[in-house]
Design a protein around this ligand. Structure first.
Ligand SMILES: NC(=O)c1ccc[n+]([C@@H]2O[C@H](COP(=O)([O-])OP(=O)(O)OC[C@H]3O[C@@H](n4cnc5c(N)ncnc54)[C@H](OP(=O)(O)O)[C@@H]3O)[C@@H](O)[C@H]2O)c1
Length: 218
């Protein structure tokens, strides 16, 4: 049993990850920003902690993540503006890295974005900025001494998924069900030997547990 702190617990991935982690016997604390979300998180078995990533400092986060075995960052500004994207997708993980270092939380799982996400799309400043902020966060985490795993999912679909994925250091671009992303993260959390890695992730043919087992290095 591990204590997992989940940032973005009410999001499309987060809301699916909470029950996955609880079913695996973990204790989950979920960060949420709206007071009315607390009850749903509690009903799902998580302990709610109310905070707005736009407002809190690294030292505020430090107090929140204290005692956690691992932290998952799955929050995102979801196209709500350049400043919010900077503050949530870019600064959010950077604050978390500082908080984790200071509190001795060793493991951080960051939901980033597939590098090919912008291909074949009309160029949009907001999207370019989003991709740059995601990369800034990835680089900060990969440059830290933490036991990180960066997950780069393809285009997210609001589906539970069939529990089958394609995952690796470099894989073809595609869609991925939010439920499959959650299942992949839950399996990674239970496979702590996998650390200091960056994985691309889409839907695929391989059951999640098998896909994660294949990612272990000898
Ligand atoms: N959309 C895609 O196709 C795609 C592809 C690859 C990667 N991603 C990334 O995957 C991750 C998960 O995606 P998702 O679909 O689960 O995202 P989502 O449904 O938009 O959820 C985002 C989460 O972040 C929270 N959040 C937003 N602003 C916040 C703030 N100021 N303070 C605290 N929490 C805040 C949201 O809280 P509320 O419930 O209060 O809004 C929600 O829990 C994101 O980082 C996203 O950028 C997305």
């Amino acid at each position: 049993m591990a204590n997992i702190f989940l940032i973005g617990a009410t999001g499309g991935v987060g809301i699916r990850l909470v029950p996955d982690l609880i079913a695996r016997g973990h204790a989950v604390t979920g960060l949420h920003r709206k007071p009315e979300q607390a009850e749903d998180l509690r009903a799902a078995g998580a302990m709610p902690v109310e905070a707005d990533l736009m407002e809190i400092s690294a030292s505020d986060l430090e107090m929140m993540v204290q005692g956690s075995d691992a932290v998952v960052f799955s929050a995102g500004a979801a196209g709500s503006g350049l400043d919010r994207t900077t503050a949530i997708d870019g600064d959010g993980p950077v604050k978390l890295i500082e908080a984790a270092r200071k509190t001795g939380v060793k493991r951080v799982y960051l939901v980033s974005v597939f590098p090919d996400a912008g291909r074949s799309r009309e160029r949009r400043d907001g999207f370019e900025h989003y991709m740059a902020e995601k990369k800034r966060a990835d680089a900060a985490l990969a440059g830290s001494e933490l036991d990180y795993v960066i997950i780069r999912p393809g285009t997210l679909q609001s589906e539970a998924g069939d529990g089958r994925v394609r995952a690796g250091h470099a894989t073809p671009y595609g869609n991925v069900a939010r439920g499959n992303v959650a299942a992949f993260i839950a399996e990674l959390i239970d496979t702590p030997l996998i650390r200091r890695e960056i994985f691309e992730l889409t839907d695929g043919d391989v059951p999640v547990a098998e896909a994660v087992a294949c990612l272990k290095r000898d």
